[in-house]
Write a protein that binds this ligand. Structure first.
Ligand code: ZN
Length: 145
């Protein structure tokens, strides 16, 4: 069983350097309810795709590991990143529409405000509120080898 404090080491294929991932980064990368296609190499100080890393203890590829975690996750957990983005887009789009409609009542700024609200809403919801929900859904998956 892994702990967030001790973390777990992975090796980067390109530089063969080992990084110990801990805490929120560790639980996040193992969480099927979170988006995770990349991780950080502390040796070459670069982000790279998960497929280029392996756990040091088991030798399993991190992409394969995440796919395996998704298999044991609930459909809701897997869909959560998309669901949260859609909720945020709708909320942000409605906010942008009604605020601009109330103050301006001209189609072009309303369209711009709606689209801006939609984009910001999706990003804010997915990155902040969505992450809090995702952590409560799949925040314990890091314990799985
Ligand atoms: Zn590296």
């Amino acid at each position: 069983m892994y702990t967030l404090e001790e973390g777990r080491a992975y090796r980067h294929r390109k530089c063969q350097g080992e990084t110990i991932i801990q805490g929120k980064d560790f639980s996040g990368i193992c969480n099927p309810a979170r988006i995770g296609n990349q991780t950080f190499c502390a040796v070459c100080m670069k982000m790279d795709r998960l497929i280029n890393f392996r756990w040091v203890d088991t030798g399993e590829n991190l992409k394969t590991y995440r796919d395996r975690m998704k298999e044991i996750a609930t459909p809701f957990m897997k869909a959560w990143p998309s669901i949260s983005a859609i909720i945020g887009a709708i909320a942000g789009g409605l906010f942008g529409f009604f605020v601009s409609w109330y103050f301006i009542r001209d189609i072009t700024p309303i369209a711009i405000a709606t689209f801006t609200g939609l984009s910001i809403g999706a990003i804010v919801m997915q990155s902040f509120i969505g992450t809090i929900v995702a952590n409560s859904l799949g925040g314990e998956f890091y314990k799985n080898q």
